[in-house]
Design a protein around this ligand. Structure first.
Ligand code: SF4
Length: 240
């Protein structure tokens, strides 16, 4: 079984960064550590049945849902390898359900894992990422749980091609989502190509009162290159 877990931190003060080069970390200055902002990215599946046209998870022929214990274990795995750091003393401890797998296809175990992790570390903020599946229940997304939507394209047909699953929510349906989270729903606008960006549709469907847009290029991989997809970099807009 193959899964992917990430363990990162970002200097606290870069949260408000807005210029093109603001996420460069220069060694001359202290840039913060895991006591400020600690982010653990966990997988919810090994492999993934969705097989998005840009995603390396599609390389794996088999897939299966992870159990709640296997999701929690990824957080424990990271914790154990960070001696001297404790989420209790961390200003922002975040778990991103963003690595391998679509969380809403394994939502029972994801919710069980969220409950277990919150019991261990009550200050944890959970970010549950989804491609947006029709019929999903978002009523439990509240307080310290925030929804992230992987949009990838503002062209409906192109989005369906990039994310080949039958019950994908439309842009209009996604824009109508309201949660009780402490934070706005994040639109993860991870682009594979500049033509997927459309400011008019972004404004039309996603009210800034409820949505926060994160624009970034994809990590190129064999699958994305095989499907002849670009890097998704928009000059002067991406933080690269
Ligand atoms: S849903 Fe997520 S993990 Fe699954 S193929 Fe698409 S991008 Fe990859």
């Amino acid at each position: 079984m193959l899964i992917e877990t990430t363990d990162t931190f970002l200097p606290y003060y870069t949260k408000d960064a807005s210029s093109q080069h603001s996420n460069a970390i220069h060694g001359k200055y202290w840039v913060g550590d895991r006591s400020e902002r600690w982010m653990v990215g966990v997988s919810t599946m090994s492999g993934c049945p969705v097989k998005c046209k840009f995603c390396a998870a599609g390389k794996l022929k088999k897939w299966r849902n992870l159990t709640a214990g296997e999701i929690v274990d990824q957080v424990m795995f990271v914790r154990e390898r960070n001696h001297g750091n404790d989420p209790i003393f961390c200003k922002e401890f975040k778990i991103n359900y963003t690595r391998m797998g679509e969380p809403f296809l394994n939502i029972h175990n994801v919710r069980k894992a969220i409950t277990a992790i919150t019991e261990l570390h009550p200050k944890t903020h959970h970010y549950v990422s989804t491609i947006g599946l029709k019929g999903s229940d978002f009523s439990w997304i509240k307080d310290n749980i925030t929804l992230q939507i992987s949009l990838h394209s503002l062209d409906e047909e192109r989005r369906k091609w990039l994310i080949p699953i039958n019950n994908l929510m439309t842009l209009e349906e996604l824009g109508a989502i309201r949660t009780g989270s402490n934070l706005k729903t994040t639109i993860n606008l991870t682009l594979v190509d500049t033509k997927d960006f459309d400011i008019t549709k972004l404004r039309k469907y996603f009210d800034p009162k409820y949505f926060f847009v994160k624009l970034s290029p994809i990590n190129e991989n064999d699958i994305s290159k095989g499907n002849d997809l670009g890097k998704g970099v928009i000059e002067q807009l991406n933080l690269v």
